[in-house]
Design a protein around this ligand. Structure first.
Ligand SMILES: [Zn+2]
Ligand SMILES: [Zn+2]
Ligand SMILES: [Zn+2]
Length: 152
């Protein structure tokens, strides 16, 4: 039965990361670490890497630590918290960096209503080129109106 608990921890961590991301994006990236996020709000990114990518490293550190302490001396719940963060990082990258910003041309013809809604919401976020007055700071959960605007 332990396996069910571990799956639950992973799923809960994944969901909780959406909250953490929203909070980090709104109050930290658009706050005192704006200098790292600013280039991401410019219409054209001149480089392969953005300063904004630093946030992947920032979130990878607790995840790696949790993998370590969750596996040593023996497997425990911390490993699955690390796994939830890791899966969220992958989902975030695939949706935000690939699907929305097309850093890789992988999914060009998405017709899924939910995914199109996410893209629409994030484009609204990017209408603001500056630090203040942002909206739509979440990534995988956005207000329903964005999904409704589109017919699949
Ligand atoms: Zn932003
Ligand atoms: Zn973006
Ligand atoms: Zn913004």
């Amino acid at each position: 039965m332990e396996i069910l608990l571990y799956i639950a921890i992973t799923v809960l961590t994944f969901s909780f990361m959406e909250l953490v991301t929203w909070f980090t994006h709104k109050y930290i990236m658009h706050g005192f670490l704006w200098y790292l996020h600013e280039d991401h709000h410019q219409p054209k990114y001149p480089h392969v890497f953005e300063k904004n990518d630093a946030f992947f490293i920032i979130f990878a550190i607790p995840s790696i630590a949790l993998f370590y302490f969750g596996a040593v001396p023996k497997l425990n719940f911390m490993f699955f918290i690390g796994l939830g963060i890791f899966f969220y990082g992958i989902a975030y990258f695939l949706i935000h960096d690939v699907l929305i910003h097309q850093r890789f041309k992988w999914f060009k013809n998405i017709k899924n209503k939910y995914l199109i809604g996410l893209r629409k919401a994030h484009k609204v976020h990017h209408k603001h080129l500056d630090k203040e007055d942002g909206e739509c700071f979440g990534m995988l959960w956005v207000p329903k109106k964005f999904h409704k605007q589109f017919k699949a």
